[in-house]
Design a protein around this ligand. Sequence first.
Ligand SMILES: CC(C)(COP(=O)(O)OP(=O)(O)OC[C@H]1O[C@@H](n2cnc3c(N)ncnc32)[C@H](O)[C@@H]1OP(=O)(O)O)[C@@H](O)C(=O)NCCC(=O)NCCS
Length: 181
Amino acid sequence: MLSVHLTARADVTSALEQAFRHLLVRAYPQFTDFWAGASYWGSEPEYHLWLAEEGRPVAQLGFGRRVVGVDGQDIQIAGAGAVCVDPDWQGRGVGKRLLHELHRVLSNDLPTDFGFLQCREAVTGFYERGGFVRVPQPVRFFDPDEQRWGLDAGPTMVLAVLKGSEAWPGGGEVDLRGLPW
Ligand SMILES: CC(C)(COP(=O)(O)OP(=O)(O)OC[C@H]1O[C@@H](n2cnc3c(N)ncnc32)[C@H](O)[C@@H]1OP(=O)(O)O)[C@@H](O)C(=O)NCCC(=O)NCCS
């Protein structure tokens, strides 16, 4: 049975950080060079949410809360990134459980209006199965690689938590006002 853990970034030990990196390398072998040296890209997460088998992480994501601009309105989100499930555990509902735990944490422990993430086209269906809906707005963010502001029109997914999806503005842009996740 998998255990569920919510760890503030500040409390991540070096052993746990190494375990996250190891998991990310296994899940994203095409980006081994990057994940061998980091457990997140862009915005440093506020928390890691992870599932473990006998203490060893087999699925994780990082997230942080922020007020962003959407079509000129202030909207509270928890932006998530580095979502992964160990290849040995994929296809068994573990990713869905991780998204369910994220919804639970944002409902109860760290009350937040919406979950938010950007992803590849190939995995939009996974997030939809986990309760996310795709929104049409392009996303303005500070690109940590290019060190400049950019606009991303790729898939953007929103999870209604404390507010319903009808409260997400319908037009304009999502302005992350900083680094992405
Ligand atoms: C994407 C990933 C997190 C999915 O985790 P998983 O544990 O394999 O997914 P689950 O078994 O929990 O699947 C949950 C549901 O999503 C569906 N699903 C899984 N992957 C999917 C995909 N790529 N496209 C569409 N649906 C998908 C499953 O069929 C299942 O549907 P169900 O609710 O009808 O049973 C995992 O495959 C992974 O870590 N991949 C490599 C890293 C990656 O691409 N991360 C996402 C980056 S944005």
